[in-house]
Design a protein around this ligand. Structure first.
Ligand code: NI
Ligand code: MN
Length: 230
C-alpha cells in the first residue's frame, strides 16, 4: 500500500485501488500549512474522533471530493448538520464491508467532542482488512489491553500509532502496543505538531531498534510504500 503523510495524524492510504484519508488536520497545522487541501483526492475519510486537531479539514474535503466519511454515529449526525451527507455511521465493535475491504471500529482510550463543543460520541481506532493487506490506525489513544484482541481478528502488516505523549501514549508504550498487536512495522503519528507533543526522533528510533522493531517517523508530504507481509 502507498501512504502519504499530511502531518499530525493525517495520512492518505491507498489500498485496494481506493484512497482512504485519515483525520484531516492540515490547514490549521503550522507544520503542514503549505499543503493545499484542494489538491487532496479521497474516496473515503476515516474519522477517529471529533477533536479539532483531527477534523478541522474534514467538512471542506468531504464536500469537494464527495468522499464517504466513516465515523461514529454522533459525528455522522454532526457532519450531516454541516451539509456533509455522504457519511457512514458506525460504532465500537462493529464492522462493515466497503468496496476496498472491511473496516472494524475499535475502542480508543481517549475523549471526544466536536470543535463547536457538541457531543462527539466515543473516540475510535480502525482496523482495515482486505485480501492485500491489513492495517490498524489507532487514533488518539492510551496503551490499552484491548489491543491484545487485534491478533485474534487479523495478522497486521502495519500499524499507525500515536507516540507524542501528553495527550496519547508515548513511544515506550507504543513499543508495548506493538507487542500487543503482534506487528513490528509501526508508523508514528501525533508528534511534533505543538509544544506538548514534541519528540526526540533519535531516541524514538533507538527505542524501536533495541526492541527489534521498525518505526517509520514520516516527514510531512512524504509518500512511502508499505510491503504486505501476511
Ligand atoms: Ni484527541
Ligand atoms: Mn489529537
Amino acid at each position: 500500500m502507498q501512504v502519504t503523510y499530511y502531518g499530525h495524524s493525517c495520512f492518505l492510504v491507498e489500498t485496494n485501488g481506493k484512497k482512504l484519508l485519515f483525520d484531516p488536520f492540515i490547514s490549521h497545522n503550522e507544520l503542514a500549512k503549505d499543503i493545499d487541501i484542494n489538491s487532496i483526492e479521497a474516496d473515503y475519510i476515516l474519522q477517529s474522533h471529533g477533536h479539532a486537531d483531527h477534523i478541522a479539514d474534514t467538512v471542506a474535503i468531504a464536500k469537494r471530493t464527495n468522499a464517504k466519511v466513516v465515523c461514529c454515529y454522533e459525528i455522522h449526525e454532526w457532519l450531516n448538520k454541516q451539509g456533509v451527507s455522504n457519511t457512514h455511521p458506525m460504532n465500537i465493535g462493529g464492522k462493515w464491508q466497503f468496496d476496498f475491504g472491511t473496516v472494524k471500529c475499535l475502542a480508543a482510550q481517549h475523549s471526544s467532542a466536536m470543535p463547536d463543543g457538541s457531543y462527539g460520541g466515543n473516540p475510535m481506532g480502525f482496523l482495515v482488512m482486505n485480501n492485500k493487506e491489513n492495517f490498524y490506525y489507532a487514533g488518539d489513544t492510551a496503551l490499552t489491553m484491548d489491543m491484545k484482541l487485534i491478533p485474534m481478528w487479523c495478522k497486521l502488516d502495519a500499524a499507525f500509532l500515536p507516540i507524542g505523549d501528553n495527550f496519547t501514549m508515548d513511544a515506550t508504550d507504543a513499543v508495548l502496543a506493538s507487542n500487543f498487536i503482534e506487528c513490528d512495522n509501526i508508523i508514528a503519528m501525533h508528534f511534533d505538531t505543538f509544544g506538548y507533543i514534541k519528540i526526540d526522533h533519535n531516541s524514538v528510533e533507538t527505542l524501536f531498534k533495541n526492541a527489534n522493531k521498525k518505526i517509520k517517523i514520516p516527514n510531512i508530504k512524504e509518500t512511502f510504500s508499505l510491503q504486505a507481509s501476511h
